[in-house]
Design a protein around this ligand. Sequence first.
Ligand code: ZN
Length: 344
Amino acid sequence: MAASKSLKRSVPSDPTRIEKVELHQHVDGSIPVPLIWQLMKRHGLNPVKTITQMERLLTLQRREEGTLIRYLDKFHYPLWITQFYENITRVVEAIVEEAYQNHVRLLELRYSPIIHTYAGLTLRQTISAALSGINRAKARYPIQAGLIVIAMRQHGPHIAKILARSAVSESQQFHARTGVIGFDVAGAERGNPPLLFKEAYTIAGTGGLGLTIHAGEDEGPFAIWQAIDELGVTRIGHGCSAVQDKVLLKRLARDKILIECCITSNYQTGAVKRGCRHPIFTFLEHGIPVAICTDNTTVSNTDQNRENKQLVRRLSLSHLVSIHKTARAYSFIRPGIRAGKAAI
Ligand SMILES: [Zn+2]
């Protein structure tokens, strides 16, 4: 059989059938609503009477769109139930399962351990609970998955350093099964520039973790410049404001920095105005690598299939396949254990 014929046949005719790579998905914003509802009811923590009312609280409504801060408000309710080890494991397992059902075959989940310690869990326990959930799901489904540890900007550079050390101590290189694979900084972007977190990134990078950061979502191109020049990241979360700076676009293309694009989320937070073309197309035109990501499947009421379907009007299915292939090459998940790598 000719190679071109076999390649043609290997491209599915439906975007939902494409094998997908998810590099940017938050645990707290992606817990399936029925599971949150079930756990809230079990613990007597449901703030409303019905699951329909609960769904409105968990999912961004159209009237709530336009600012990152309002989007971040949606993360409060899930935290009521993700303070307990078994619940964390359970929700992570459910998220991986749901992703697999949407044809995701490589999944990087991200999670801020420190906001799951309010009921007494240690940092180490919260990380371990999430890893257990991933491992449970991996035992049932053929999917590659790993965990990125997030430091929240609003907690400041000192806590970020503590989290970077915790992330390194739980990193993939020390675990025969799933370990922490990367480090990220997220949360309210304005007033908390990337440079503040330089030491945390040095710790995480020296410890062998992959480096990404939320930047250029609610701030200008300078935040992306700083992230690349000062933190040494190989990936940028969102990066929307890069389109305002032609020199930056050239730099991203030259250094092959991947942008984790979250289309639905970007319109909801106001990072991209409704009616405007999404920056992913500019990135592609400049030869900048991109990944198609959901950000938060529950808050944004989306999934990998929906995100890919949004793109089929402008991109061919084979182009989508190649985007996911590129994203796979940028994954922080390493095959096997990285024996012999020094860590601090
Ligand atoms: Zn995000």
